[in-house]
Design a protein around this ligand. Structure first.
Ligand SMILES: CC(C)(COP(=O)([O-])OP(=O)([O-])OC[C@H]1O[C@@H](n2cnc3c(N)ncnc32)[C@H](O)[C@@H]1OP(=O)([O-])[O-])[C@@H](O)C(=O)NCCC(=O)NCCSC(=O)C[C@@](C)(O)CC(=O)[O-]
Ligand SMILES: NC(=O)C1=CN([C@@H]2O[C@H](COP(=O)(O)OP(=O)(O)OC[C@H]3O[C@@H](n4cnc5c(N)ncnc54)[C@H](O)[C@@H]3O)[C@@H](O)[C@H]2O)C=CC1
Length: 437
């Protein structure tokens, strides 16, 4: 058992690495080198990355790739994706190419409003609160005016402010439930700043409100924070075509469409399947969210909550066939920024947004939704035709060869071999052994 270390945060990066090497990595003489190997030789760039977060020791690389040929609302995009998972970018690219020849993706933003809440406890006469709220509301809006002035100039700001009685959920629990428009920013910092100002004013005004008794004047603010559940910040993406255009792998278009719709119905009905189905969607969404410097934890939390909005976890995407036409669509909540956060700070996020032609936040919502839908199409298409392993393992081959320390010559021979044979870990191992014997 090691002892706790006081003041770790105050050590220099080198001292932190030294402590780590001696404490947890004493048996690995290479550890220090590995951490240092990932430092950027450009000291300024390294410092920028270190300052993104705390106690930084090194940089953790993810591949930054490109899925070209995305036709979205008649504009052709190449979508930057940051992901470690083999076959994700290939799958997105393949689906983009496929739908590009069938009219492309249609995407539409259905709403951009975000939510924040001041959670407070009030133990007095409930009937007095609505009057107090009406009395204090103009004052609340007035106190955030300096914070909202610039956002209002952009067309955003505080949209609505409500008092909500939550005492059926929890004794004495009430909220200020606030709606915001944050334009091209994700808005977390803007919303949280406004909420904390609301909370301060609300408490101070309650303390001097003459209709409250002494104890009623003592409202307890528990916390003020935005919600990552954004069911009114929604984008819809859709593809459609004549069923005949779906013929695939010796399957007629009609059979493909019928099986695809059945696969979607299973994901709608069965939570075990829905989670994996939605994971396939998130393969695409997370990769674009990450490449553009957006907050993938916020996006993940919001989307999965939305997938359970009717009381049961279900598929985010849906498909049907009507009058010979196949439709495949998805509506998801996405709170994204194209300014603020890491978007303008990380040089690769800046490049990613440039590749996307400097989109507004609503434009980025459409692009991310199209990437998610494309990813879902590619995965389900594989599942109902060849099975997922064929394509996924084909892309995973290089990882297996690297794990087995194959030389460039061995790789060349085995890549050729596995063009016509199924990839599995044991098959690759076997072929490599054969080659080496
Ligand atoms: C993997 C493919 C695309 C192969 O598909 P394929 O038909 O063997 O590919 P191809 O060699 O005929 O090439 C066709 C196109 O695919 C793309 N493509 C093809 N290869 C590459 C490559 N090396 N690098 C970049 N792009 C590639 C590329 O767009 C290419 O066009 P081109 O560039 O030649 O004009 C296909 O099998 C596929 O889409 N599979 C699905 C893979 C997938 O979904 N992976 C995610 C990981 S599995 C998972 O996590 C989710 C899951 C599956 O559980 C979700 C669920 O259950 O719903
Ligand atoms: N629960 C959560 O999701 C939380 C997330 N965060 C983090 O907060 C960050 C995002 O917060 P933001 O307020 O978006 O970032 P931010 O505060 O870095 O930047 C947004 C600011 O940019 C300015 N701006 C300039 N041009 C604008 C335009 N066209 N539209 C809108 N604003 C414009 C505005 O002043 C706006 O408030 C992310 O890094 C996220 O990880 C922080 C706390 C909680």
């Amino acid at each position: 058992m090691t002892d706790p270390i006081p003041g770790f945060s105050k050590l220099t990066k080198e001292e932190k690495i030294e402590w780590l090497s001696n404490t947890y990595l004493a048996n690995n003489p290479e550890a220090k080198n590995i951490l240092q190997q990932y430092w950027n030789p450009n000291a300024n760039l390294q410092q920028l990355h270190e300052e993104f977060t705390e106690n930084t020791l090194s940089n953790y690389y993810l591949p930054f790739g490109l899925a070209p040929n995305f036709l979205i609302n008649n504009e052709l995009y190449a979508i930057p994706m940051a992901t470690e998972e083999s076959s994700v970018i290939a799958a997105a690219s393949k689906a983009a190419k496929f739908w590009g020849k069938r009219g492309g993706f249609k995407a539409e933003v259905l709403g951009t409003q975000k939510i924040g809440q001041v959670h407070f406890m009030y133990q007095g006469d409930k009937s007095k609160l609505p009057d107090f709220f009406l009395h204090v509301k103009p004052r609340l809006l007035e106190t955030v005016a300096p914070l909202t002035k610039n956002m209002e100039k952009r067309g955003g700001g505080v949209i609505n402010l409500e008092l909500r009685d939550k005492t059926t959920l929890l004794g004495d629990y009430f909220q200020l439930h606030c709606t915001f428009e944050t334009k091209d920013s994700m808005g977390a910092n803007f919303i949280n700043s406004c909420l904390e100002r609301f909370a301060e004013t609300f408490k101070a005004e309650a303390a001097v409100y003459e209709n409250f008794s002494a104890s009623e004047k003592d409202i307890e603010i528990v916390m003020s924070i935005l919600s990552n559940y954004v069911p009114d910040c929604i984008v819809r993406a859709e593809v459609s075509c004549d069923v005949k255009e779906l013929a695939d792998h010796e399957m007629s278009g009609e059979d493909f469409a019928a099986k695809f719709v059945r696969a979607l119905k299973i994901a709608e009905a069965e939570p075990y399947r829905a989670v994996t189905h939605n994971k396939g969607i998130m393969n695409g969404i997370d990769a674009v969210v990450l490449s553009t410097g957006n907050d993938f934890r916020a996006v993940e939390a919001g989307i999965h909550a939305y997938a359970s909005k009717d009381g049961k976890y279900t598929s985010l995407s849906h498909a049907d066939v009507r009058n010979g036409k196949f439709r495949f669509w998805m509506e998801i909540p996405l709170a994204l920024g194209t300014v603020g956060g890491l978007t303008g700070l990380h040089p690769l996020s800046r490049i990613a947004l440039e590749i996307l032609q400097k989109p507004s936040a609503p434009d980025l919502m459409k692009i991310v939704a199209a990437a998610g839908l494309a990813q879902n199409f590619a995965a389900v298409r594989s599942l109902i035709t060849t099975g997922i392993q064929q394509g996924h393992m084909k892309m995973h081959l290089m990882n297996i060869l690297n794990q087995l320390n194959a030389t460039p010559q061995e790789k060349e021979v085995l890549v050729k071999h596995f063009k016509v044979h199924n990839v599995s870990h044991s098959a690759v191992e076997e072929q490599l052994e054969k080659l080496r014997s």
